[in-house]
Design a protein around this ligand. Structure first.
Ligand code: G
Ligand code: MN
Length: 373
């Protein structure tokens, strides 16, 4: 996944008098595209919000009309949230009460972050890294995610396409942490800190830990991050997952783009097999995997990408036949073909007739958390 930047925002100040004697404090927003933005906390009370006329107007959908107010009492700077929808945070903690701010605090209005500086210091700090605030935000948020394991894994059923019986679940990463709810957002933050592997392991660990509450015998499909295939430690992390899960059937999903070295894949499969863990190639057909690689290093499951499945009931007989032939080759290799992303009963009927053994998709069940977790 790619590195993302924080939601682009435009920050408007209605008063540009940063030289006033009253102005002892500034908010600094590092932004590599636009350079370091310094905003003087002036006039007091200093209202931050989306509404035009705010002391600091932030045009972002996450910001409430009148989001928060800063005040100065004596030499001290204070912030108070005005009942905003998405909250005000100081060093990653959502504030309830009026809170004192100190120099270098990370002050966030929803997902828009600033560094608190005193005016004297701000003028001497031009050499600060330009994207420091973005990085600090990612760090604080990501730290909370990892430290407190604020993940909330969702489970999507995988069924026997012929009987409709539930065989297992794929674990899909979600979190309750503001700004990091989706799998994409979590990995975007992780990539800023080169911690994709650590995140991926933690997600698998939590996925397995919570899956213990699922009915016995359900196969649990766990995702990998492509970087894990290149780095040491994947098998070790699965050995740990195995210890946690005892005899829970586990399948490790490897993205098809990672299946470029059949010898390495055969070795991975053998090592996982020693742990009683199967392997699935994910999103097959979306990228470059060739049949030769499949033949040289067959997995236990081959998950056909939803782009091959979508609207298959309305596809030409030739296209249906081609997919059917592919399914047959896969079965002949001893691999279980799984159709991903089945959304309608018609797609399910055609996939069943083409020989698919297993299936996943909204038609059978949407990803959901385990009740009570
Ligand atoms: O890459 P991978 O196959 O692990 O991704 C699974 C993703 O596909 C999840 O985000 C899940 O929510 C989504 N998904 C699962 N079933 C369906 C479906 O039937 N239709 C669509 N559009 N998406 C689905
Ligand atoms: Mn997957």
């Amino acid at each position: 996944m790619q590195t993302a930047s924080i939601t682009p925002i435009s920050v408007l100040r209605t008063d540009t008098d940063t030289t006033s004697e009253n102005c002892n404090w500034t908010l600094s927003r590092g932004n590599s595209a636009e350079g370091d933005q310094q905003v003087a906390v002036y006039p007091i009370p200093f209202v931050v919000g989306r509404r035009p006329g705010s002391s600091l107007q932030i045009n972002s959908r996450t910001i409430s009309g009148t989001h928060a107010t800063l005040t100065i009492e004596g030499d001290q700077l204070w912030v108070e949230d005005n009942g905003s929808t998405n909250g005000t945070y100081v060093n990653g903690q959502r504030i309830g009460l009026k809170t004192e701010l100190r120099e270098e605090d990370l002050l966030q209005f929803a997902d828009v972050a600033f560094r608190v500086r005193s005016f004297r210091r701000a003028t001497t700090c031009h050499t600060m890294a330009e994207d420091m605030c973005d990085q600090a935000l990612a760090l604080v948020q990501f730290d909370r995610l990892m430290q407190n394991r604020l993940v909330n894994p969702f489970y999507q059923p995988i069924v026997d396409i012929r009987t409709g019986r539930f065989l297992g679940y794929e674990v899909l990463a979600r979190s309750r942490l503001y700004g990091l709810e989706t799998c994409q957002a979590m990995f975007d933050a992780a990539s800023r800190l080169n911690m994709e592997v650590e995140l991926s392991r933690m997600l698998r660990w939590e996925g397995v830990r919570q899956a213990i509450a699922l009915p016995e015998g359900m196969k649990i499909f766990l995702n990998t991050h492509p970087l894990e295939i290149e780095k040491e430690g994947l098998v070790d992390s699965m050995a740990t997952a195995r210890q946690l899960s005892l005899d829970m059937p586990l399948i490790l999903e490897v993205h098809e783009a990672s299946v470029t070295d059949p010898a390495a894949m055969r070795e991975l499969r053998a090592q996982l097999k020693d742990l009683g863990i199967g392997i699935a190639y994910d999103d097959f057909g979306a990228g470059q995997t060739r049949l030769s690689e499949l033949i040289e290093a067959p997995p236990d499951y081959l998950k056909f990408d939803m782009s091959l499945i979508r609207g298959i009931d309305k596809a030409t007989p030739e296209r249906q036949k081609m997919l059917g032939s592919l399914v047959q080759i896969v079965i002949d290799l001893g691999v279980n073909p799984l159709a991903e992303g089945i959304e309608t009963p018609e797609e399910a009927d055609v996939c069943r007739n083409l020989g698919f053994r297993t299936a996943q998709g909204y038609h059978f069940g949407r990803p959901a958390p385990i009740p009570g977790q």
